[in-house]
Design a protein around this ligand. Structure first.
Ligand code: SF4
Length: 243
């Protein structure tokens, strides 16, 4: 019973979706199979795209130094940072949900809120291949005017959001880690289940029900390189290590 309760708590969104399907099955049975088909379509799409995005996010997280991200996208990066953010979003591939882990990683490495808004918004509505398709269907004039207005709106949204939402309003690194007595902590709510930490430092992390858990808080003397490697490569940046 306790196990069931903890599973329901850890998978709140999935539970709501299953309940919604049960409700559709009871009250609109003719819509049940088509909606199941739609969900399966998106699940398949995510299964193809998300591992690639997670891999890219881990590689960037591990190899690109914090200072580089801060210089490129940080709050002092000025108009150059906004343009980088705009180009990154415009040339990105994949659906918008793929942008969230990338943006979370960039935020954790010092990107500004305004630039994150610009990346997310351009990723969602201004993709270069989409502009070509838009121009074919609706004409170049329509595409150019919409692109200009949308671009202006995106920069404005970035500015306004950064006035209202401050970095301290976002969950901090320590808040996203579950409080424990020990040097290691992680918040499994944000774990995407990639298993990297358990592969890199199996003495400290274990995958339980597709989420990572800390299994050992006793550190041997030394550099603890495996733990540091797992912290750096975690695509969700949710592992905290305070030796
Ligand atoms: S905690 Fe481990 S399993 Fe979860 S996202 Fe990070 S590296 Fe992957």
């Amino acid at each position: 019973m306790t196990f069931l309760k903890s599973q329901l708590k850890n998978n709140r969104f999935l539970t709501i979706v299953i309940l919604a399907y049960v409700a559709v099955g009871i009250f609109a049975p003719d819509k049940f199979l088509p909606s199941l088909g739609n969900t399966w379509y998106y699940v398949k799409e995510m299964l193809i795209i998300m591992p690639i995005i997670m891999l890219l996010t881990s590689l960037i997280s591990a190899w690109v130094p914090k200072e580089t991200i801060e210089n490129a996208f940080g709050k002092n990066s000025g108009i150059k940072g906004s343009l980088f953010a705009f180009l990154l979003g415009s040339f990105s591939a994949g659906p918008i949900y793929a942008a969230f882990p990338v943006c979370k990683m960039l935020l954790s490495k010092g990107a500004s809120i305004a630039n994150i808004v610009i990346i997310l918004s351009t990723w969602a509505v201004i993709k270069i291949p989409m502009l070509i398709t838009e121009s074919k269907f609706l004409g170049p004039e329509f595409m150019v005017v919409r692109w200009l207005l949308t671009t202006l709106a995106i920069f404005l949204m970035g500015y306004i959001t950064s006035r209202f939402v401050k970095p301290e309003d976002l969950p901090t690194d320590d808040e996203t880690a579950t409080a424990v007595d020990g040097p290691l902590a992680l918040n499994s709510d944000y774990c995407v289940g990639c298993g990297l930490c358990a592969k890199i430092a199996p003495s400290y992390f274990k995958m339980i029900a597709k989420k990572a858990s800390v299994i050992n808080q006793t550190l041997p003397p030394g550099d603890n390189l495996a733990i540091k490697d797992a912290v750096a490569k975690c695509p969700s940046q949710i592992i905290r290590f305070h030796p």
